[in-house]
Design a protein around this ligand. Structure first.
Ligand code: IMP
Length: 190
């Protein structure tokens, strides 16, 4: 079984490929892009993008949107994580968090799945960790060097990241639903 993942982010493709491998689902990347809805809710952004891409490509697709919510910053940067990463980066976040004791933060990953002419469906995964005191680790991407789960940054985890991450959870939920829905449609088609 295969599914098209509309994204320009090769790191997301690598992680999704590894997670879905266990379910025998192959990821095919398409980086044709889609309009990014301006919304406070990552689920709304993913659903809108999936619907747009499915209707444009005329086949089923998934897209994924990630938000980072830092408690001491009242949920900043939330759905604006990409813009904030591109502007102030990890160094900027560490500066904002200097001297702050409350360091909890939550990553949310929402996958939007859509078939042409259908309503999109969302699958969400979240993990709460801690903003590290300094960057650590060589792997991963984005905020991975400053996101700690049980004392280890995502950037230091290697393949273990997918077992605990927001994306590991959202793609696992998607895979279980996708396999079930294919099975049901085969039975219904008998
Ligand atoms: P988007 O989902 O591509 O909009 O990602 C939002 C921002 O969060 C981008 O700057 C990504 O690099 C970053 N990001 C997305 N997923 C992860 C992750 O798993 N770890 C660390 N940073 C991430």
């Amino acid at each position: 079984m295969r599914i098209t993942f509309v994204t320009g982010n090769r790191h997301k493709v690598e992680e999704a490929t590894a997670i879905l491998h266990d379910y025998d689902i192959e990821i095919v990347q398409n980086d044709c892009g889609y309009p990014e809805l301006q919304d406070d809710d990552v689920a709304a952004i993913a659903l809108y993008g999936a619907e747009h891409a499915a209707n444009r490509l005329n086949h089923a697709v998934i897209v994924e949107d990630t938000g980072l919510y830092i408690d001491a910053l009242n949920g900043f940067p939330g759905p604006y994580a990409a813009y904030v990463y591109d502007t102030i980066g990890n160094a900027g976040i560490l500066t904002l968090m200097r001297g702050v004791d409350l360091r909890s933060a939550t990553f949310r990953s929402v996958i939007g799945y859509c078939e042409p002419g259908m309503k999109p469906i969302a699958f969400e995964g979240a993990v709460t960790g801690r903003i590290a005191d300094q960057e650590q680790g060589e792997g991963g991407f984005g905020y991975d060097p400053i996101t700690e789960i049980d004392g280890v940054t995502f950037a230091s985890m290697g393949a273990e990241k997918n077992k605990v991450s927001h994306r590991g959870k959202s793609f696992t939920k998607f895979a279980e639903w996708f396999l079930g829905s294919r099975r049901d449609s085969r039975i219904a088609g008998k």
